[in-house]
Design a protein around this ligand. Structure first.
Ligand SMILES: Cc1cc2nc3c(=O)[nH]c(=O)nc-3n(C[C@H](O)[C@H](O)[C@H](O)COP(=O)(O)OP(=O)(O)OC[C@H]3O[C@@H](n4cnc5c(N)ncnc54)[C@H](O)[C@@H]3O)c2cc1C
Length: 422
């Protein structure tokens, strides 16, 4: 008799706590590998398209988008996905020049330079989070995955051969494995006694969607201004998503400013290159910091996405790290299930931890260094970074390496990120 028949009766093989972008993708990935899972989230699963839901857009690596295509979400996401053909990075102004001077230093990445390695994929895709969540929610429902929402997990414990979650309404559910994908303030993580390390940057990201007078041509702009990075990210239909890094007080003031005052500030920052700019939705602010879980597994529990690692958005890596976790964990669990192993066992979870911990630590530390280097108006630091940008811009292989890394096509790629079934 297979171990499955001997196993005690559970509510699912895997309980996923958190149906955000990482949690919903994980549910699709596990279901595609034949693993029976159940998703829980306190937010209603079908109320995510309102513009007030989440004002952010995410730059998604082309390999992560491939995963969504394999999992059946491609058709729902593609109409909302803007191809990023070029990334143009400029330093706000050359060292020693006045604050009003235009930048003299720039770095350009172009998707055509890596077309031989990517089958003509762009550098990535820009999609509004509310469309990602809605597209994933529809795909999850179409796949027949059980979703408990709105329902909040109040406590997670693990004993013997099972993990147990208690919902706020008193219901108790058990499974051989619980995966905490419940974000930066993860309850699953704290219930497992897993601490975090990290720090805040004393900045917020002010996020807004704007309508542009001129076509953006699929170019993402990142300007490093004296107060921090200012990104203009292309969206479908002559719109852009702005991520404007500011100190806490200035960020709050920008969020509260009258629309015409905000737009006047924007025009000063933006310059005239995309014509007139007008607000096309509500503004949001997000505190920025680095947070890493001390471990990403505990007995019968794994952490994934922002619950495991949350980074500054300067390089657009946070969600991409979570989507890489999904591909790796789904592959580890599906392979273990095929071999008849207990998918919640320490040995199986250790494979996931080995695969993802080093990569996540590396990306988090690199993002931290990048943030400190580029959120800084010290003339010496700026001279060094401008010299670095000028050198990278002249060396084709360095640019191509950076683009392949950022596109998530480098390293030990799980099958889903290569566009293959789990
Ligand atoms: C300004 C900004 C811009 C960004 N831009 C990019 C970008 O361009 N590219 C990129 O890759 N990343 C970007 N990121 C990072 C990215 O947004 C996050 O990494 C991503 O949203 C994390 O997804 P998640 O599913 O892990 O967590 P979350 O999105 O936080 O989802 C967690 C889910 O868990 C649920 N939950 C919480 N508590 C419970 C509970 N007790 N029980 C059940 N469910 C619970 C929540 O309701 C939620 O749905 C950006 C971040 C910021 C702040």
């Amino acid at each position: 008799m297979s171990p499955k028949h001997d196993a005690p009766k559970h509510d699912a093989e895997v309980i996923i706590v958190g149906a955000g972008m990482a949690g919903a993708t994980l549910a699709l990935a596990l279901a595609s590998g034949g693993i029976d899972c159940l998703l829980i989230d306190p937010q209603p699963f079908d109320a995510q398209l309102a513009p007030t839901f989440d004002g952010r857009a995410s730059a998604v690596a082309f390999s992560a988008f491939r995963q969504w295509r394999v999992l059946g979400a491609g058709d729902r996401l593609e109409p909302h996905a803007q191809r990023i053909e070029q990334i143009l990075v400029t330093d706000g102004r050359p060292a020693g020049a006045s604050a009003k001077s235009p930048s003299g230093v720039w770095l350009r990445f172009d998707s055509s330079e890596i077309a031989d390695r990517t089958d003509g994929e762009p550098l990535g895709y820009l999609i509004e989070n509310r469309h990602i969540r809605a597209g994933l929610a529809e795909t999850v429902q179409a796949a027949g995955i059980v979703v408990l929402a709105p329902a909040k997990v109040a406590r997670t414990t693990s004993e013997g051969g099972a993990a147990r979650v208690t919902l706020e309404d008193g219901r108790v559910l058990t499974a051989p494995l619980v995966i905490g994908v419940d974000g930066r303030a993860s309850r699953v993580r704290s219930d497992m006694g897993i601490g975090t390390m990290g720090w805040g940057y004393g900045h917020v990201g002010v996020v807004a969607t704007v309508a542009l007078e001129r076509d953006h041509g699929g170019v993402a702009y990142e300007h490093f201004l004296p107060t921090g990075p200012f990104a203009i990210l292309p969206l479908t239909g002559r719109r852009a998503s702005l991520v404007w890094t500011e100190g806490l007080d200035k960020g709050a003031a920008l969020k509260a400013a009258r629309p015409e005052v905000f737009e006047a500030h924007l025009r000063r920052r933006f310059g005239p290159f995309l014509g007139g700019v007008t607000l096309a939705g509500p503004r949001f602010t997000y505190p920025l910091g680095l947070q890493l879980a001390e471990r990403i597994t505990a007995p019968r529990v794994a952490l994934l996405g922002d619950a495991a690692h949350a980074v500054h958005p300067i390089a657009g890596q946070g969600l991409n790290m979570g989507l890489k976790d999904v591909a790796a964990l789904a592959q580890v669990l599906a392979d273990a299930a095929r071999l008849g192993e207990d998918i919640g066992s320490e040995a199986v979870l250790a494979r996931y931890a080995r695969w993802r911990s080093v990569d996540n630590l590396g990306v988090a530390l690199a993002t931290d260094v990048f943030t400190r280097l580029f959120s800084n108006d010290n003339p010496l630091t700026r001279t060094v970074r401008d010299a670095g940008m000028a050198v990278v811009n002249r060396i084709g292989p360095a640019r191509r390496l950076f683009m392949t890394e950022a596109g998530g096509a480098a390293g030990d790629l799980p099958r889903l990120l290569r566009g293959e079934p789990v």
